[in-house]
Design a protein. Structure first.
Length: 261
């Protein structure tokens, strides 16, 4: 397995204490609870900062008993979060309104800073919610939970097969790259990079052929459109308590602040 594929596998692997009460919860409960945190945070304006603070506290309350270290969460969110912040950092300069401050040749606007703060806080909470879900559940269990929650089967299947065979494709890319480099390919200009287009075409054909072989093998083994499960999912009292402990306070606070505004 290539280094990139191994790194991607680590990002979707569970972290923390696998015997913790959070890890043992039904994946459907964790999906509903953590998606609720994200939706409440996204729906709250920056002026309703207590809602955002409550969402952050809810994530901390989930991570603490699960013993998920901050380093494990950062390893997951650093793939996406910096991209959002880099895009949002231009907002104070292009979003006008409110007071203005000169920063050399540029002008910083108050409304732009407010929008940047809202984007950064909501993106952070959403990314941490997704990272915490994968850290306490694992990707295959998340797919089982999505399927049990009646998420469209096509979406679940495509996501599952992408997860399972992305590492195979990454390994194939690594082998093709090694073969190209072994033949001394080192383009110095864009005019000499045409070989990479041919490599991409070959990769597409190999991936399609592998997919066809895998599909025929699955049909030969009785594939019926869903993955067999060794044990069915079962909701318990702890799962309901987990969802209620997150959903009721956050939704109540969001509604109360919305009415007050």
């Amino acid at each position: 397995m290539s280094g990139g594929a191994h790194h991607a596998l680590e990002l979707t692997a569970p972290a923390g204490d696998p015997d913790s009460p959070v890890h043992r919860l039904d994946p459907r409960a964790k999906i509903v609870g953590l998606v609720t945190v994200t939706l409440v945070a996204v729906s709250a304006p920056l002026s309703a900062w207590p809602v955002l603070a409550a969402c952050a506290l809810a994530l901390a309350a989930v991570a603490a008993p699960a013993r998920v270290p901050p380093a494990a969460l950062w390893q997951r969110v650093r793939v996406v979060l910096p991209l959002v912040i880099v895009v949002g950092i231009f907002l104070p300069f292009v979003r006008t309104g409110g007071e203005r401050w000169k920063l050399g040749p540029l002008t910083v606007h108050e409304q732009g800073l407010e929008v940047l703060g809202a984007v950064a806080s909501k993106a952070t909470i959403g990314a941490l919610s997704a990272a915490l879900l994968l850290a306490t559940t694992g990707f295959p269990a998340v797919l089982r939970g999505l399927d049990a929650l009646r998420v469209p089967r096509v979406f679940v299947l495509i996501t599952g097969f992408t997860y399972r065979y992305l590492f195979v494709v990454a390994a194939e890319v690594g082998r093709m790259r090694a073969a190209v480099m072994a033949r001394g390919y080192a383009p110095r200009t864009m005019l000499r990079s045409g070989a990479m287009g041919r490599v991409a075409g070959a990769l597409f054909l190999r991936t399609h052929a592998r997919g066809e072989r895998v599909h025929r093998a699955m049909l030969a083994r009785g594939w019926s459109g869903s993955m067999p499960q060794l044990s069915p999912l079962a909701l318990r009292a702890a799962d309901g308590a987990f969802v209620a402990a997150i959903l009721i306070p956050l939704v109540a606070l969001r509604v109360a602040l919305g009415v007050a505004a």
